[in-house]
Design a protein around this ligand. Sequence first.
Ligand code: SF4
Length: 236
Amino acid sequence: MNTRSNFDFFHNLFKLYEDAIQGKRNHPTYSDNALGITALLYCPLKYHYRQSDFHTNQYSSLEILDGFDFEHTIKSILQDHYGAIDEFVVEYEYNGTKIEGHLDVYVPTLNVALELKNMRLVKAKMLPADTIVFNPEEYGIELTQSYLKQAGIQKTLLDYHTNKTNQVFLVVKTTLIDHSMKAKKVIIITQPPAVPLEEINTLIEAFHNEKKPRYPWECKLCPYTSMCKNAANLLK
Ligand code: SF4
């Protein structure tokens, strides 16, 4: 093959790879007017822009595709061996606002749900001997606060919805990197504390009343910066 046809061949191959992974994804859709849990955890303006911007909402990075692949494989194993339910929906309403949580996978026979994430790099104090890490604190690993909060909200809403006590685990596939730049691929498993219903109600109120970023880095990484009238001030 010449250079041009090499390029076309690989371009086509990886486009098909991307499509194959996308095809495995069970794209959850929310009921009319229902908010997802993540809408409560980030800048509410992003939620409004997302509603009207289909193209920015498309998934494209390899990192995200790796996440879909990991999620699909774990879900399939749990479905085949434990009768798990994919994208289990839990609902909650406060002051006329409906919240819908989509748990990645729920195993009713074990009362266990998993929230599956793929993160690029996570810093660690030292690298563990095993590839499965149950105590991230022991290795100085700090996971993304919004992921921990999301799983904590899911735990509360799942117990509320099913009227029983469940366990919700945050399962993160990532590469750990220590101070000497040594790296290791691991699966981190942690059980974030439940977020009280009163705190969820406060987040719902803030979604309506505080239209601003929740984290200092949000505007810098936001896909809506160019159309957002608040971005210029916030990025100063
Ligand atoms: S640019 Fe900042 S303020 Fe505007 S939507 Fe994005 S995160 Fe929110």
